[in-house]
Ligand binder design. Sequence first.
Ligand code: BG6
Length: 499
Amino acid sequence: MDNFVMVIFGASGDLTKRKLMPALFSLFKDKRLYGRFSVLGVSRTAYTDEEYRRYISEQMHLFVKAEERKEEELQEFIAHLHYQSLDPAKAEGYVGLRERLKELAHTDTPDNLLYYLATPPSLYGVVPQHLKAAGLNTKGSRIIVEKPFGYNLESAVELNHIYASAFEEHQVYRIDHFLGKETAQNVLAFRFANGIFEPLWNRRYIDYVEVTAVENLGIESRGGFYDQAGALRDMVQNHLIQLVALVAMEPPSKFNADYFRNEVAKVYDSLRPFSGTDFAEHVVRGQYIAAGDKKGYREEQGVDPLSRTETFVAMRLNIDNWRWSGVPFYIRTGKQMPTKVTEIVVHFKEAPLQMFRGECSVRPCPNRLTLRIAPNEGIAMKIGMKVPGSGFNVRQVSMDFSYDELVDAKPITDGYARLIDDCIQGDPTLFTRSDATEASWKFFDPILKYWQEHGDAHLYGYPVGTWGPRESDKLMHDHKAEWTNPCKNLTNTDLYCEL
Ligand code: BG6
């Protein structure tokens, strides 16, 4: 990797210190980064190389666990860091950047380059154009772009055009860090490495599917970004729908980037578009409100005190294809909920006849498969078992696998290391292709438009520490379905209101 340079735009930002640098350090420890490689941080802050190294070194003490950080190794890694102060929005700095890259890559024609856009989304369209103008969009270079890719369908299409004018599609890596999670990838292994589930994985045996990705934190210091984005752009249009695709996709006939991404795009194309009353009936949005000593969303720094930005979204999706027709997918995401959990729950249909007594004769006991993406990464299956003793009493029990039980496996990282490594290796399989971004936006864009055009569309206030608006439960009731909530509300639920 002697001539390899990774350039991080947004080098003094949150993502760089929390995720990217720890990920690069873990690749360094695993000898996935070696030789005379360099990481060049780029942003407006005026650091020297030394100051930047000191800053990152301090951050690593905060964001890398002590047991995963030997001081000597850390300092070896830090020595590969460099810094260039420039305003990524302005063309003039890119000439200096080119000179710096020549120096770091030890060649007049640096080509083994990886750009990472960890900047505010408003710069996603600007940086590639400046790179192109400065001749830095070389054939061997790659570029990773964070989400949200676009603000709506129109801007995503426009961004794709900009990228296509500067890079070939195989050089563009639209990152969705959920796909870098081991457990998200394990959905594929679970489905396609085991022959026994495939015959059951369809409308005949599956009643409905839930996809949940909720957090017990608020928006922290990201008010400025979040108030413009909202949960639909931040989580649903990318992370959640990507998890839906993993569950719903057809088995690719080969496991490579093209075949895999073709199947993902087909799922997005099969989503039944919302129309008419669907927007009000199949989508629920909410915003967290103060409870106890926790402030509400509108009190957060950087947020408009009258903001109607959603911090919670639940919706019912239909996938119109032969495998899934008639099987609803219920998805939800929210900030300030009782716990942090990302999981997929597949609810199978009930046995046609209940002939035993016990728990399962008084309430439905269908089989339920839980794919836990985080935390407690693993898989659990609920099945009915006979209670020992006389008669035939049947009760539900859980067959549970947890990743912690794999003694010979490394701890699970958060996905960034794996994805950056894939990009360095030139493997785009786990990144979003341009057509999939547009197909996903095509589905979600009308919801945003509906909210924009109907200022009075329901926005429910849910107290911090609850499972979101009660209307999200109602969303499932016509199907006699219920969200799987791993714990109870933490807050007095009398505070619910409409905003
Ligand atoms: C990010 C969102 O993409 O994902 C954040 O911008 C969210 O708002 C985060 O908190 C959740 O990721 P994870 O890996 O912590 O579940």
